[in-house]
Write a protein of this length. Sequence first.
Length: 168
Amino acid sequence: MSGPLDVQWFELERALPEANTPDFAYSFGYEEPDLTRIEDPMQKSVWSLFDWRQERQLDDEERRRHQFHVSRPKGGPVIAWYLGRDYNGIHFPRGSVEVDDAVCGQLTRAAAQAFRSAAGEMLLYVTDEAVTFHAFSPYLRSVAVDTAVQDALDEWLLAGGAGGGNAA
């Protein structure tokens, strides 16, 4: 299960109440959402997990109806990935960012529980003050280009690590 962004944030916060997730506002129908509590809002598709600098998945109908706005991310993007319930590592799409391994371990265990997934990757944005969870995917698409990830995945699968795909 990965699901729409707002559901991902609710589920992760249920598993790890102290997790940081983006502020968001949602409106129904053609109503304009209240953006007064959203710092630097951007409109997104609730289904667009990894498009955070500029939303490219929004069609005209979704742009006008049932609008979903989030706080634009702060900090550097980081992809944390895991196999089983153990935090495996960080993949930096651009540049390098210092990340607290303990926080990534907590997020990994919470994601494995919340999304009932024995493997996955999480998009995090990291600042000096906080690590903020933005999205989860069970597909390991972002990190698949990394040879170390491919080797770890091969080893994990050969050892029977997938266990039917249920980490909960």
